[in-house]
Design a protein around this ligand. Structure first.
Ligand code: URA
Length: 241
């Protein structure tokens, strides 16, 4: 890999800044100053120091965002605020993207990464990755609503949901829903089939990772080592094929 790309991938500068700094003698490889931005380095073997700081190369980055309402789950949008705007430019330059989509008005846990294989597999219907949402709804849920969710709700036009777990609170106008799939507007449509209507929806967990309660809407942090391991295990990318 090129030296300037490695520096940029470590999140310490843009590619252009990295190239200029390398030319100015601000990077060493295995203790020697290297002034060629296109010098080939091996991230697993070579020790790169940039502006006095030893770099730790990471093949992929994993981030959790507490998605605020009003943002679309996209890397770009011409007219609406989009979630990638909430991350610093280094992450956008790395090519991070959201793992799946939350509706514009849905809040909560959105994982973002540049690891395409893990994202793809975590979203595959075959892997049944679990997601827990908290909700409020307009009317009290009927006594048979839990059983209807457990049996699999038919959304119409032949579209059937897999069994899901509905856990309403005492008043039955709030609670949690656990899904193992992710159809378009799924929870809103499930509630509509029961003659009800979602008023707020927030994702609390994804693939065994819980939204960090310290993150205010719009805030983010990288996944811990343990959370990353949980995600890779859920996606089946924790072991070589
Ligand atoms: N179900 C929905 O209806 N919307 C979401 O954003 C997620 C699940």
């Amino acid at each position: 890999m090129r030296l300037d790309k490695l520096i940029c991938d470590c999140g310490v500068s843009t590619r252009k800044e990295a190239a200029a700094a390398v030319r100015a003698g601000q990077a060493t490889v295995n203790g020697n100053v290297v002034r060629e931005p296109d010098k080939k380095v091996d991230p697993g073997l070579d020790t790169v120091v940039f502006r006095g700081i030893p770099l730790v190369y990471r093949r992929f980055v994993y981030v959790m965002l507490n998605k605020p309402a009003g943002y679309v789950s996209a890397t770009d949008d011409r007219s609406l605020p989009y979630v990638l705007e909430l991350l610093p430019p280094e992450y956008r330059k790395r090519g991070l993207f959201p793992v799946g989509r939350l509706d514009r008005d849905t809040t909560g846990l959105l994982v973002m990464t540049d690891d395409g294989q893990t994202a793809h597999r975590a979203l595959s219907p075959r892997r049944h990755v679990e997601k827990v949402y908290s909700f409020t709804c307009i009317a009290p849920l009927s006594p048979d609503a839990e059983a209807a969710f457990q049996a699999g709700i038919a959304l119409g036009e032949g579209e059937e949901c897999k069994p899901a777990i509905l856990s309403p609170d005492g008043k039955r106008t709030a609670g949690t829903v656990t899904l193992t799939e992710g159809k378009y507007h799924q929870i809103k449509r499930m509630f509509e089939r029961l003659g009800n209507k979602i008023t707020t929806l927030k994702r609390e967990t994804f693939a065994g990772i819980a939204l960090d309660p310290a993150l205010a809407p719009g805030e983010w942090r990288e996944l811990t080592k343990e959370e990353t391991a949980t995600l890779l295990a859920a996606a089946g990318t924790d072991k070589p094929e």
